[in-house]
Design a protein around this ligand. Sequence first.
Ligand code: MN3
Length: 251
Amino acid sequence: MNKREFLRLSGILGAGIAISPMIACNQPESDKAEAKDTSEENNLPPVEFLLPALGYAFNALEPSIDAMTMEIHHGKHHAAYVKNLNLALAENKAFGGMKIEEILAAVSDQETAIRNNGGGHYNHSLYWQIIAPGGGNAPEGALLDAITSTFGSVEKFAEDFSKAATTRFGSGWAWLSVDANKKLFISSTPNQDNPLMTKLAEQKGQPILGIDVWEHAYYLNYQNKRADYVSAFMSVLNWNNVSANYAKVIA
Ligand code: MN3
């Protein structure tokens, strides 16, 4: 089995579906391309990434996450990551034609703009997807079983995940991911890194749930009280979508 076949079988690559397996990063279908050896330059034009629609109103997460935070976070911060990713890709032919997951798997510490903005685009696309109005439902089925067997209970998972989020020094993210053995793990990464960055992340895997702990994600409403934001975030989790993410990875 070559690397591409392995990635396809493990569900990391999309098999001709309109959106990526985990999140909608709004890649036009016509711009999609086969996975390539990332060590080679190619003549393919870069994929042009688009800001995905939020899918719900800015005030839909209130009072847990306020409308102004959502509007600035999506319309300014995420939009800037998309714009700057496209600009960086136009300057670096090595990433031509690559989907976002392929870019993240290939990026090194030598491509700072692609690392930061590619991560920023992917991470926020996931973040919007796993919070929802009327969230706060509980994990069920296969994901519930995996959480229970891995962490002991849903409550213990929430405790460990919240600890990873609150103790991440400075800006970054905490993750629930699935590793190569299809086991769940909790980790955190600095800045806009994530577990898909195989050349950069200490713990590698496919994230199915992530929390943004940059101050821009909570400071308007929570100021320095990151733990209060983390608690509120956990109350609006869309476990249906997290479960769907999990199902795609283990399928
Ligand atoms: Mn953010």
